[in-house]
Design a binder for this molecule. Structure first.
Ligand code: EPZ
Length: 422
């Protein structure tokens, strides 16, 4: 069985939507908890399937896990470092944060290569390079299992060839209890990294420079339990700003950190969208007439987020003229374009680039969510298309958006969800 979301397009949206905790911080914070020797409580945990999958892995490691709405309490006191080779690892790429966390805590980890969205090649060579620099031996067996082990973990200077979010976080997790000083150069600067560092610092880690391209870590002997509140999800927030721009009359997007969305806000204003930033909310006013085309080039933070180019592509189909989207992070992240073309968009694809010829009237039909943010792009399309849009493989969307249909229904969208035979 799988689920299909059906959207009747054309309704104008009004009201307030509250953004949940950041998925891409949460999926790193949860594995980081195993580094503590006592219980950790995390507030603002989003109700998404990636969190469920990580909970299964924590229980496999004999951690006590209690979740009550958006509060997660994890007790890693009796951690058992067993090989992580079950199907829960396949549910999300971020399972690999258990590599850094278990290596950092136990000096050994065995786990299979994780799964996640297909966005083109997604190697973990920079993660492995970091572990080896700290003194770990990395074996990869042909059944796809990594065994990573170190007699001692000793701080080192590590230069990342690419400012990889995952590698920066995984190396941090492995280094916080290593002997001596570790420096990560050309580190990623995403807000989710700062959130993970805030948790580790509360545990007793000694880390400086998070949010800059050079992070230093002084290894410590012991890390303790603590309390932590997750930052709001800037990608969910950005998705709802795009939804409001596409289908809203007056929509308030609440619980955001505007600074995390500067690149998107600037592009939406360039397109002619009227917005007011009011504290931790942004008010988006409905578009009058066609929008102006813009050119997007995805970059590492604080540049334009690759995760938002897919939903923004849908809005660009409503701009009068040609818009260009250039991907520099995931060069194959364009599987949403053929699906949008099925709905009447006119998008051409080139090497790591899409050209959106607008404005085009979209019409409802059956489309497939091929990955998480493709799903988001199709939800935006369904909301503005004429007629009914059916989106299959909704599990992709549920990985990263908490109750997206309920949040949209509360804004006035006409959405239903149903089970279908595979
Ligand atoms: C994180 O993925 C996010 N996922 C992605 O969000 C996001 O798109 C990406 O960062 C970029 O911002 C999580 O945080 C769970 P990277 P990550 O390591 O860590 C190459 C979503 O939709 N690379 O910064 O995997 C890689 O191939 C997801 O929420 C190497 O070559 O991203 C890619 O081209 C999708 N070797 C680029 O770096 C490595 O060892 C970006 O990867 C690691 C990465």
């Amino acid at each position: 069985m799988s689920e299909v979301i059906a959207i009747e397009g054309g309704n104008k949206l009004n009201g307030t939507v509250v953004i949940s905790g950041a998925k891409n911080a949460t999926v790193a914070l949860i594995p980081a908890i195993v580094l503590a020797d006592s219980p950790v409580t995390v507030y603002g945990v989003p109700n998404i399937s990636d969190v469920d999958a990580l909970g299964v892995l924590l229980k496999e490691l004999n951690c006590k896990v209690e979740k009550n709405e958006d509060i997660l309490v994890v007790d890693p006191t009796n951690l058992e470092n067993i090989p992580l080779v079950g199907e829960a690892v396949d549910k999300l790429r971020a399972s690999y944060y258990f590599m850094g966390a278990l290596l950092g805590k136990c000096k050994k980890v065995t786990m299979k290569m994780p799964g996640g969205c297909f966005l083109g090649p997604r190697p973990i060579d920079l993660h492995i390079k970091g572990f080896e620099a700290l003194g770990a031996k990395v074996d990869y067996s042909n059944d796809g299992t990594y065994t990573i082990e170190a007699k001692r973990l000793v701080g080192n200077k590590i230069y990342l060839d690419f400012a990889s979010v995952g590698a920066t976080i995984n190396i941090l997790l492995a280094a916080v209890k290593a002997e001596g000083k570790t420096t990560i150069e050309n580190a990623a600067k995403e807000p989710e990294i700062i959130d993970v560092v805030n948790l580790l610092t509360k545990m007793g880690a000694k880390i400086r420079g998070a949010g800059t391209d050079t992070i230093t870590i002084e290894g410590v002997e012991k890390l303790n339990g603590c309390n932590h509140e997750i930052i709001p999800d800037r990608i969910e927030a950005g998705t709802f700003l795009i939804i409001a721009a596409a289908a809203g009359e007056k929509v308030i997007v609440q619980n955001i950190i505007p600074q995390h969305l500067e690149a998107l806000i600037s592009k939406l204003k360039e397109m002619g969208i009227q917005m007011d930033v009011v504290g931790d909310s942004i008010v988006v006013y409905g578009r009058e007439g066609d929008l102006k085309p813009v050119n997007i080039k995805t970059q590492i933070y604080p540049g334009f987020a690759t995760d938002l180019q897919q939903p923004l592509t849908t809005l660009l189909t409503q701009a009068s003229g040609d818009s260009h989207v250039k991907e520099t992070i995931y060069i194959e992240r364009f599987k949403h374009c053929p699906q949008l073309n099925k709905m009447g968009a006119h998008i051409d694809l080139k090497e790591a680039e899409s050209i959106i010829h607008g404005a085009t009237q979209l019409h409802g039909t059956r489309v497939e969510a091929t990955d998480l943010r493709c799903g988001a792009a199709l939800v935006v399309a369904g909301l503005i298309a004429q007629g009914r849009t059916e989106i299959t493989n909704v599990y992709h969307i549920d990985r990263g958006y908490e109750n997206i249909d309920h949040k949209l229904i509360s804004l006035g969208a006409v959405i239903t969800r149903r089970q279908v035979e595979d």
